[in-house]
Ligand binder design. Structure first.
Ligand SMILES: Nc1ncnc2c1ncn2[C@@H]1O[C@H](COP(=O)(O)OP(=O)(O)OP(=O)(O)O)[C@@H](O)[C@H]1O
Length: 292
């Protein structure tokens, strides 16, 4: 209103519309911001910031000069301190924003070889071989790829089985799959700090969930302890699913059909000989039948 009076003319309909739009955008930004920090450690800290802001306004209003001076001097440092303290939250928030934008686009990963992931997960599950396979979608995982050993090899069941063979040098860490290629193995992923996660979940599962909190990737995790297959996406984990369920989940998440393949069973001698030729299977009592 003031600016219109200053310009010496009455507010017009377009000015009103601009003001309403302005207020709506700010309200939307505040709403999205509150949604992003809800349930994080930033919430109680934000209350502290709010109290400080109130003190600042009160100091100006009551002309408490020393307090006003202190607040004005410290404010710029406070903003930098907040960026440092909330670095993880800011990263997550931007990643979530990226995920939202990415998921609104129709293109998904266009590989045709994710049935190899299903087949490999089935093998690992039967042999109780620990494995962590991350499928990149729209958000690039270069930072994590660079933490591992670059492979850039065409994805195949044999390659995955070889990488995660317990005696293989690259079996520790995660494999990252980009389109139809295994970009790298032995990658180090960020661990999820979500306090709600079950305490039964160790670092492999937390790493699988962690990468899906930071990006729109899909993590397929096979437990070394139980042989259970889990799939994580957007910070959520679905535990103990069958290979067929894994195939379904990948089909939906990648918005493409992952063709059904006859899953080999543990009793298949050819498979065992081909996969673990030197008898490196972890134990003989690992005949984990798919009981579901
Ligand atoms: N940050 C990480 N990034 C990638 N892989 C990791 C990371 N941390 C641990 N791992 C993998 O997880 C393995 C340890 O798994 P751990 O037993 O702690 O987890 P778990 O979730 O209980 O899995 P499991 O059920 O297979 O035992 C490591 O040997 C390594 O291969």
């Amino acid at each position: 209103m003031g600016q219109w009076l200053a310009r010496g003319r009455a507010p017009q309909a377009t000015d009103m519309a601009t003001a309403v739009l302005d207020v709506l955008i700010v309200a939307l930004l505040i709403y999205e911001f509150l949604k992003l920090i809800r349930g994080t450690r930033a919430t109680p800290m934000l209350m502290g910031v709010f109290v400080l802001a109130l003190a600042f306004v009160a100091a100006q209003f009551a002309e408490l000069r020393t307090l006003d001076w202190l607040m004005t001097t410290l404010l710029p440092y406070g903003i930098f301190a907040m960026i440092v303290v909330f670095a993880a939250e800011i990263r997550h928030a931007l990643a979530r924003l990226g995920r939202k934008l990415a998921s609104s686009r129709s293109s998904a990963a266009n590989s045709e070889s994710y049935d190899d992931v299903v087949l490999a997960a089935n093998l690992f599950s039967q042999n109780q071989t620990g494995a962590l396979m991350v499928i990149e979608r729209e958000i690039g995982l270069r930072t994590y790829i660079e933490s591992g050993v670059a492979l850039d090899a065409h994805i195949s069941y044999d390659l995955l089985a070889t990488i995660f063979r317990p005696s293989a040098p690259l079996h520790d860490g995660a494999v990252i799959i980009q389109k139809d290629r295994v970009a790298a193995a032995a990658c180090f992923l960020p661990l999820s700090m979500n306090p709600i996660l079950s305490t039964q979940l160790g670092t492999r599962h937390r790493a699988g969930i962690g990468i899906t909190e930071e990006s729109d990737a899909i993590a397929v995790i096979v437990s070394e302890e139980t042989g259970a297959i889990s799939v994580a996406v957007a910070g959520q984990i679905e535990r103990d699913i069958t290979p067929d369920e894994l195939r379904e989940r990948l089909s939906v998440l990648l918005r493409r059909h992952v063709p059904a393949t006859t899953l080999p069973t543990h009793q298949d001698p050819d498979l065992d000989a081909a996969t673990y030729p030197s008898g490196v299977r972890e134990s003989d009592d690992d005949a984990t039948e798919l009981q579901r």
